[in-house]
Design a protein around this ligand. Sequence first.
Ligand code: GTP
Length: 522
Amino acid sequence: MSDEQLDLLKKKLVVSVKSRQKLERTYEQQFSTLTDFILRLSNVCKGIDIELDNKLGKLRTFLSKNTDIDKLSPLINELTELLKQHETRITLNLKQAQTALLGAGKKLQKVKGLPDNLRRELRSTLKGVEVPQDSIIHLLPSLEKLVDFYQEVLALKAELESNNTASNDSAGLDTDNLQKEVAAELLNILSNIAFSGNSAEKIDVIRNTLAQPVQAQTLVDSCVEIIRLVIESITEERQSAQNFLFSLNDALSSVHTAVSTSISGSKEISSSKQKINDKLKQELAGMSKEVAKATSLDGLKKEINRSIGDIVSALNQKEELEAEEHQLLIDSLSEMEVRLKDLEVEAEEYKKKLSEQRFKSLQDALTKLPNRASLDERMELEYRRWMRYNHDLCLAVADIDHFKKINDSLGHSVGDRVLQIVAQSLQKTLRETDYIARYGGEEFVLIFPESNLKSIEKRLNTIRQHIESIPFKFKHSDLKVTISMGVTQFKAIDQPQSAFDRADQALYEAKHAGRNKVIVKR
Ligand SMILES: Nc1nc2c(ncn2[C@@H]2O[C@H](COP(=O)(O)OP(=O)(O)OP(=O)(O)O)[C@@H](O)[C@H]2O)c(=O)[nH]1
């Protein structure tokens, strides 16, 4: 080999060594990049599976020590196997996750009362979940959405439940109020019906029950009992009216018998009288014939004497008959008088009973004041008088303050007693022309004819102070009772109801102004 050839070979060798070195450096660089990548990748896979973790740990150690790739080969094979298993597991998990998500979504779809937009969104989200995915990551947005839906539905449900509870509560309140109103109305009705005897006692018991808070069942029982007592007392009333009618009938039939006896007696007597009259006529005709054909005075005298004797006896008979007839008439008249007198007594009793009943039906049983039915009558009367004469007419509504507290703290019977005392006191302070009625519960209505508002306001304040000063003492403790009042005067445009409403509004203001007050509303 020539020197030239040797030089060329040397140069080629150097180039080849350099390129080999360059290639080795590149390999080294690539190997190190790959090692770094595998190290990082194995770190990312950490925590998925313990066995995989251990093996990757081993791989990382080998790689960091630049271990010969041949030595790594078995480990890499094991890892590949593990990763394959893991892939299968991931696919299975993905399927399970998809099924679970779909199941949860479908459950949500079954919830009743979902808003339409939520239902629509839910449907489209579930369609997305149904599409096959190769990574669990793809399911995460759907999962997130589903969680949001759940939260929304839970919030809706909570809202619905609280609404339901509120409406149940308010239904409860409504029922309570309704029960109270029914009880109050029953009390009002009771104060408008007059019961007597046994029924009155039973009604008092019902009245006491109804004035306290009652259960629905008690209310129904009370209604039934009231209806029963009303029917009983109507039956009694009908019986009593029937008895009266029977007596009237008896009296009339005995009058009828007396009259017909008297008529038939009279008929007999008058036919007997007719016979006597005929006989008298015959006698007189016979006499005139005897006179005409008489030949001697003695014979005539005899004949006339005989005829006169007959006439006298006929007249006597007639007189007797007339006396008999007269007696018959007197007898039947006196019998009629007796029967009519009896009837008069009975009618008088019945009238008295009716007027007592009417009075009772217009009187409140507890306070003995006129009741609401009476108030309606009186109001109408005063209103008509006011229209006719145009005198001043004032109307006041009074109400005992915090009466419920009295009932609640001292008992219902003390409440009743307070009502009676206040009612009596109010009545005592009134003038003869004034009028008071128990309107219901612890409320009274007062009418003041021919009085102006100014003077009535003054009087009402005196009454109010008087009530305030009554020394109530119950169960060894002092009780202060006050009343609030609203008063108004009838105006040209007024009807009884509009004036009442104004006075009632004034009472409401008196209550709100702190009670124990008289408020005037013009
Ligand atoms: N003892 C008794 N209580 C009655 C009678 N009638 C109604 N009540 C009761 O009177 C009370 C009236 O109470 P509310 O209407 O609340 O009025 P209040 O407690 O007086 O309160 P204010 O009027 O606002 O001052 C209720 O508890 C009724 O049950 C009755 O004849 N006797």
